[in-house]
Structures are given as structure tokens and as C-alpha cells.
Design a protein around this ligand. Sequence first.
Ligand code: SF4
Length: 315
Amino acid sequence: MMVLMIMSDYEPPPYRPPNEAGSVLLRVSRGCPWNRCAFCDMYKRIRFEKRPLGELERDIKAAREIYGSSARELFIGDSNSLSVKELPEVLKIVYSEFPKLERVTSYARASTLKRLGADRLKVIKEAGLTRVHVGLESGDAKTLELMNKGTTPEVMIEGAHEAKMAGLEVSEYVLLGAGGMARWKEHAVETARVLSAIDPDFIRMRTLTIQQGTPLSEMVKSKQFEPVTPLVRLEETLVIVSGLEVTDTELASDHITNYLYVDGRLVYDGVAGHLPEAKNDLVKHISKTLEFLKNTDGEIWDSNYMLERGYIVGL
Ligand code: SF4
């Protein structure tokens, strides 16, 4: 009875990366301090706030009941908990309840990483954070502006460098399709350039989906933004992967938005591998898929097609 009461009070973050599905989830803050990206509706209905330490202590204890004290991975939400001053203190409590943790990660905005700088990030790293998940989306300044990302490619590079200097692993998220039909090439070329400059530990591909109620959906209705076709998205992926000059990076496409179907049959689920070794094979894989799709008579389904027809309801 006692355990159930504790568990019913536990408040996990509403979003986490797919690779954190099995991790202990801890919501250190609620919402996003920026909350203005044109494509995003994740935290639109809530204001950014950090959670009181007392609540967090209660949640950490509840999480221990749920996951067990021998958990190895923990994810911190919501979108930018690195801006919470008490984070090192929170991490101390986390490790006292989960002493076997090997990976502790959080979403982080590049501008926050830059503002905190390597010295402060090192304090957070020493308290136990091991990795940050950063939404790069695009390396193209105009695409970032169009998506109202509130930052620049330079800040993306500088923020990631500060994190790396502090010893944190950096995982960068790319938003395929973010440039639309008008800027897909620039988006791809510049994204490869910025990722190469960052040389992150992980690159994760996501595909832009048009979510109802977002500023982007209005831009689509008013024809200010034309979403890319599945073929153009693959061309874009080809340009990005071909242009990557990284030294030790795990590339993943671990998201349903990357899938492509022909008449309902899955024909492509993204590209994944360790770079630079896998680059040539990945380029061949994308080229072969492109060739196949150009010659198919079937209907090509992408994530927007799936969303519109209700095959997927949330992402
Ligand atoms: S994409 Fe990230 S930074 Fe942008 S509004 Fe959504 S949560 Fe905030």
C-alpha cells in the first residue's frame, strides 16, 4: 500500500529519447524555457519551472521502488534541466539511491551549454551527468531561423565544444526535412559541416513531421513552407552522411519518423553505424534505396502520410 502511494506521486518526464526507454526517468524541471520552435508542440501547454528539491527527493525514492537500486541508466527531463542551479545537489541524491548508475543523461539547449561553459559543466559532470542530448535540427542558419530555433550554428558548435571540454558525451539530433523544399540542399550541406565541426559522440536522425496546432502547420497551410518529399529527404540524408567528417561517432536513426513504406510495406528504417568506418556502406544503402523508390510504382508513405491518416497518433 505504501509503495503504491509513493508510486502514484511519482512524476516522470513526458518525453525521453527512445534509447532511454528502459532508463530511470527523473523530471528535474517542467517544460522548455524557449518553447518557441515552429515545429515543436512538446511542452506548449506548460510554463518552464524547476521542481522543488523536496518533490525531487520524493520522486527519486519512488523511482527506486519502481526501477530498483541497481539501475544502470537514468534520464533527466524536461528539455533543459542543466539550467537548474541545484542539479549537482540533485545528482548527489540520485547516486545515493542508485549507486550503480553508469549513464546519466539530460536534454540540453546549446545556448545553455555555451552560457554555462566548460568549468560549470565540469562540476555537473563530476556530480554524475555523463551525456547531453542536444537538438541541433540544422546547421543552416536560415533553416534555424525559419524553425525559430532561437540560436545559430556557431552557438551550436560552441555549446557542444564546452560540453566536450567538460568531459560530457554529446548526442546531436538532426531534423531531416527542416529546410523544406526551398532549402533542403543548404540544410543538408550546412548540417554536415556543423556536425563535422562538433565531432559528436552520437548523431541521431529524426524526420520533421507537421504537428497540428504548431506554427509550422500554419506555415504549411499558408504555403510559406513546403515539406520535402520522401525522395528529397533521402537525397538530403545522402548529402549529410556523405559530408560527415567525424572521428568516432555512432550514427543512429532510432525513430519511427524515419521509416519509409511502399504500399504499407517497410522499405527503409534509416541509417545506422559507427563513423567513419560505416560511411561508404551507408552511402551505398541510401543510394540503393533512392534508386528503388525512384523506380517503384507503389505509393510511398512517410511519417507525415502516416500521421495524416492516423496510422501513428503521437511521436
Ligand atoms: S524543440 Fe526543444 S528547444 Fe525547441 S521548443 Fe521544443 S523543447 Fe524547446
